[in-house]
Write a protein that binds this ligand. Structure first.
Ligand code: PLP
Length: 402
């Protein structure tokens, strides 16, 4: 996909020279956050708008289009426009967290609506959905979403309103065929929502594959520096449903703070090189760890032996992501002992930052988790790959002997 700067213009900001017909790659666009130049000062970086309210016109109107900052804030504009462009969507909305972005999609549904969601997905969202569904009267079927026949068997034409998938999915990285899921959802009269946090717009563009809503925990790769909590939705269409999501954000007030929006935009400028580096490194680590004597199995969509590899190859371009998991020989005890012995990797939850993180995921998810107890989740950052491997190697060996 090549982008024309003119396509991206919004009335209150200017994006480079709109007179030329030149097109640019997505990575060029991201690096310059759409080429925005402040029309007054010519600053290449936008200001942070702190105002919580806006002056009404003498004729009682709001010609600026702004009323109160619980609806939106000019600091969001560039981040939302950049993300919408990178995802090939009509519009984007930034939220106070990935959870508030995701939950807005379910809050937009009505009691009695049916939802299909994955068994393997971001655990907190799955927990919230199971509890919320009970109180709100949503009917939810959790399925093995890496099997499109399971999604097809679960949808109920007419009453299924949303099919939700996450791909690659936490923490086993199983892959859902997005185009097939979109087809199934649409035939049933439902929308397809995709948690593409790990896919990132660098590797996967769900809207081109038929998705209606793309969701990101922008806390992760989009920001990339582990210094904000943020979420985002991208809509394929600026339609009634999209306006409902916008209204939910404004009414509940799950907006992003101004400073966080600014940091998010700054992070997105380096999204492409960060993700490319992480993918290269994760692929190398997955291959090397596959023959490690203390590793029982490596879960990574980039490995030809991985169950979801073919689906991943079909819909991911430029790499298979920066996330992988290893199942440690010796079980839970050896896994936890290995995580305790890393020196470079950081033992912390979350993912998608420049620093590599390791986590014994089952401990975080708790009872009922489908996560195997011997699994260590690895978020690969931008450190030197050989340093990352050497550190894991010594930790796995010492952990096994502990
Ligand atoms: N989706 C995925 C795949 C995640 O990993 C997370 C957080 O870890 C979320 C959603 C929730 O995002 P946040 O923590 O920004 O609310």
């Amino acid at each position: 996909m090549r982008y024309k700067i003119t396509r991206l213009c919004k009335k209150h900001v200017s994006y480079g020279n709109p007179m030329t017909n030149k097109t640019f790659a997505a990575s060029s666009l991201a690096a310059q956050a759409m080429g925005w130049i402040d029309p007054v000062t010519k600053a290449v970086v936008p200001p942070i708008h702190m105002a919580s309210t806006y002056q009404r016109d003498e004729d009682n109107g709001y010609s600026s289009g702004r009323i109160y900052a619980r609806s939106d804030n000019p600091t969001f504009d560039q981040a939302e426009a950049t993300l919408a462009a990178l995802e090939g969507g009509a519009k984007a909305l930034v939220f106070s967290s990935g959870m508030s972005a995701a939950t807005a999609c379910f809050l937009a549904l009505a009691p009695g609506d049916h939802v299909v969601a994955p068994k393997v997905m971001y655990w907190s969202l799955r927990n919230w959905l199971a509890g919320f569904a009970q109180h709100w009267g949503l009917l939810v079927d959790f399925v093995d979403a890496d099997r499109t026949d399971a999604i097809a068997a679960a949808v109920k034409p007419g009453s299924t309103k949303l099919v939700w998938i996450e791909t690659p999915a936490n923490p086993t990285w199983c892959v859902t065929d997005i185009a097939a899921a979109a087809d199934i959802a649409h035939r049933a009269g439902a929308l397809l929502g995709v948690d593409s946090t790990v896919g990132t717009p660098v590797l996967t563009r769900p809207i081109e594959l038929g998705a209606d809503i793309v969701m990101h925990s922008a806390t992760k790769y989009l920001n990339g520096h582990s210094d904000i909590i943020a979420g985002a939705l991208v809509g394929a269409h600026d339609d009634e449903h999209w306006q409902k999501l916008r209204t939910i954000r404004a009414q509940i007030g799950t907006i992003l703070g101004q400073t966080e929006a600014w940091l998010l935009l700054r992070g997105m400028r380096t999204l492409f090189p960060r993700v490319a580096w992480a993918c290269r490194s994760a692929q190398t680590l997955a291959e090397r760890l596959s023959s490690h004597p203390m590793v029982a199995e490596v879960l990574y969509p980039g490995l030809p032996s991985f169950a979801g590899h073919a689906a991943a190859k079909k819909q991911m371009t430029g790499g298979f992501g920066g996330m992988l998991s290893v199942r440690v020989k010796g079980g839970e005890r050896a896994a936890i002992a290995s995580a305790a012995r890393v020196e470079l990797w950081k033992r912390a939850t979350s993912l998608g930052g420049v620093e590599s993180l390791i986590e014994h995921r089952a401990s975080v998810e708790g009872p009922g988790t489908p996560c195997p107890p011997d699994l260590l989740r690895l978020s690969v950052g931008v450190e030197e790959t050989s340093d990352l491997f050497d550190d894991l190697d010594q930790a796995l060996r010492r952990g096994h002997n502990a």
